[in-house]
Design a protein around this ligand. Structure first.
Ligand SMILES: [Zn+2]
Length: 378
């Protein structure tokens, strides 16, 4: 029997990192999906390739039911959820972020978010088979191609698989020194455009209706909705408008990011944004957008699942803690459908930056935790 090997797993992660796969590069995403599919077929799992849509790459659904032969393959199982796209364009590896190891750190595009975590799930299934261990439920691993842009083409597949899962394990990176995630804020995105009336700023200023003045007022109204006590934030992240300094501007637009902890606040804030009214009656406001990801709340079932994971981690020899984060993931889609633990991937830092790295010492304990979860959940 081959023992669990950090070196072997790190080499596997490196091979995945070296196939750069930004969400919007269809050819690159194809190469990445080919690699994952081939590797899973090598260890004998069933792989279904779900054709990409709207210019995005294919998703992969892996089924491993040989480890629970007594259970019908179509029974509700354990869903492991990963993504194979990254935010880094092709060329990052040859340029500012080559794969390299410095002490406990392995740097590279996607090492932390989340080639590392996705690979740990494969390594856990491979190791269970090598050790001839049994799982109590079939394990399905869904790897999607568009998480970094909001999972528009994978959401239906994620929700369908969550609906036939008893538990969901998401391999996003750990947070703040190894903590896993049991709650995430939901998010909504809006664009707000003011349509005023253009005029010559010197000759007929009084005939103009400034879209910039209106939108500046709305920035204040929106930002004032932020309420830290209720974990609600409203951020105006971009602003654009106007044409030249000597023209009263007729158009101005802002992009707004809203984060909320639960459905009630979500409904409240979405209604408030759609109810924005222009201060200047001659200016028209246009609001587009809405909820992107629903909130992920720590339900009693999620709390119980976390306690189970914490006991397993203690047996393995580490202390597992959880937290709530403002960042969204595909766990936001599954948490209301089946008890979900997130942040089960590698520990690391610098995701989405040129400092992205994983901590090599987290590979073994986190692979073992995934193995034990797959073995014991049922
Ligand atoms: Zn991620």
């Amino acid at each position: 029997m081959t023992a669990l090997s950090t070196d072997e797993i790190l080499a596997g992660i490196r091979a995945w990192v070296e196939i750069e796969s930004p969400t919007d590069d269809l050819a690159a995403m194809g190469r990445m999906a080919d690699r994952v599919e081939a590797e899973y077929r090598t260890i004998g799992a069933r792989v279904e390739r779900i054709a990409g849509q709207d210019g995005f790459g294919d998703h992969l659904l892996v089924t491993e039911d040989r480890l629970c032969p007594a259970v019908a393959a179509d029974r509700p199982g354990v869903l492991v959820l990963s993504h194979i796209d990254t935010v880094h364009p092709v060329g990052t590896l040859a340029g500012p972020l080559p794969f390299r190891i410095e002490g406990d750190r392995a740097y590279g595009p996607g090492t932390e978010d989340m080639k590392g975590g996705a690979y740990l799930a494969l390594a856990a299934l491979r190791q269970l088979a090598r050790e001839r261990k049994r799982t109590r439920l079939p394990v399905r691993h869904l790897l999607v191609s568009d998480e970094e842009v909001g999972s528009g083409t994978s959401r239906a597949h994620i929700e369908r698989e969550a609906a036939r899962a008893r538990f969901v394990l998401v391999t996003e990176p750990a947070r703040s020194g190894g903590k896993i995630v049991t709650a995430r804020k939901g998010s909504a995105m809006f664009s707000v455009t003011a349509h005023g009336r253009p005029a010559h700023a010197g000759v007929e200023h009084h005939l103009g209706r400034s879209a910039i003045r209106e939108i500046a007022h709305q920035v204040g109204v929106l930002e004032a909705m932020t309420d830290y006590a209720r974990e609600l934030t409203v951020n105006v992240g971009t602003i654009s408008g106007g044409t030249r300094g000597n023209v009263v501007p007729d158009v101005a637009t802002i992009q707004v990011d809203v984060r909320f902890p639960n459905p009630a606040l979500c409904e409240e804030v979405v209604a408030r944004v759609h109810a924005l009214r222009p201060r200047d009656p001659d200016v028209r406001l246009e609001v587009h957008g809405g909820v992107n990801r629903p909130g992920y709340e720590k339900s009693p079932a999620i709390a119980a699942l976390f306690e189970h994971a914490r006991a397993l981690a203690a047996e393995i020899g580490f202390k597992l803690q959880d937290l709530k984060t403002g960042g969204g993931s595909d766990g936001n889609f599954t948490a209301a459908i089946a008890p979900t633990l997130d942040g089960l991937g590698v520990d690391g830092d610098g995701g989405h930056t040129l400092e992205e790295r994983l901590y090599i010492s987290s590979i073994e304990p986190r692979t073992r935790l995934l193995m034990r979860l797959m073995e014991t959940l049922g």
